[in-house]
Design a protein around this ligand. Structure first.
Ligand code: ZN
Length: 302
């Protein structure tokens, strides 16, 4: 039996990804502030696994560096994040990586198991790990923050947006109840969360601010300077005091049911992926990056 045959006759799908960069995340430290920049601007920072593991390494580095007090997560180019990579040449869902949780490798497993194991690791486990890292994190959001992009902003402690930023989870169109890290009904009140998901419309930075999902809104020109100013002010606080404060509030979110909600939603999410596969329409309800973009365009013109 080859190492690619898990014993039920299934053979691994071939990895055909081609990366446009060896540095999907840039890392710099300035005056106690670590800045992680998602660096796939040609693809609006679509998140492949290459980027996911680079983000994880960046967060690890920032936590390990005692000179770093605050971490800022941003995206290069016009948009913060177009979400998970569902259609660039660098889409690498059939590639193995050095995993951070104790699940087995997904690449040589069939259909629903492959998807469940992969998303358990790269979405749910990673996002929870980043959400709980002990230093304050700030998402600096411009332009699109769509679907998987929401997860990256939501795991951060503060979200600071430009006035042209928008937030959107259109994946209900795929027959799936929202992205894997299901914080919708915690980030927004339940009625607004339903509207956000049912319609899949863009939520402006201004409305997200009114709903309490975003901390501050600045003009695009002011966004970086203002974000770094807020980060610098937080960096004046004692490290342990910040860490303890963050841990307490994160536990509050858990007591409010965030973790349980997410476990429940993850099961539903994978029932939806598997249902779509049983129907023969692939895991995404017959959609790909192109059809989602077309539907989105139509909606926003209407
Ligand atoms: Zn999924």
């Amino acid at each position: 039996m080859s190492s690619l045959d898990p014993g039920d006759g299934f053979v691994a799908r071939e990895d055909a990804s081609v990366y446009e960069t060896a540095e999907p995340v840039l890392y710099e430290v300035m005056d106690g502030i670590a800045i992680l920049t998602m660096n796939r601007p040609a693809f609006n920072n679509a998140q492949n696994s290459q980027m996911t593991y680079a983000l994880d390494a960046g967060f690890r580095r920032a936590v390990d560096d005692d000179s770093v007090k605050v971490i800022v997560l941003k995206g290069a180019g016009r948009h913060f994040s177009a979400g998970h990579d569902i259609g660039t040449p660098g889409r690498d869902i059939n590639k193995s990586f050095e995993r951070q949780s104790l699940w087995w490798d997904h690449t040589n497993k069939p259909d629903a198991e492959q998807l469940f194991v992969r998303e358990q690791e790269v979405y749910l486990a990673m996002c929870r790990r980043w959400h709980d890292l002990p230093k304050p994190t700030i998402a600096m959001v411009q332009g699109a923050c769509v679907a998987g992009g929401l997860m990256l902003a939501w795991v951060c402690d503060l979200i600071i947006a430009s006035d042209d930023a928008f937030f959107q989870d259109p994946v209900v169109r795929m027959g799936i109840p929202g992205v894997e890290y299901f914080a919708h009904a915690h980030e927004l009140n339940p009625r607004i969360a339903k509207e956000f998901l049912f319609l899949g419309d863009r939520m402006s930075a201004e409305r997200a601010y009114q709903m309490g999902m975003v901390n501050r809104v600045f003009s695009r020109e002011q966004l970086e300077a203002q974000t770094l100013d807020i980060a610098a002010r937080i960096a004046q606080q004692p490290r342990l005091g910040l860490a303890l404060t963050k841990q307490v509030i994160n536990r509050v979110e858990e007591l409010q049911g965030l973790r349980t909600t997410m476990d429940l939603a993850f099961g539903y999410h994978h029932f939806a992926h598997a249902h779509s596969q049983v129907l023969g329409t692939g895991a995404l309800g017959g959609h790909d990056a192109k059809t989602m973009a077309q539907a989105n365009k139509k909606e926003n013109q209407a």
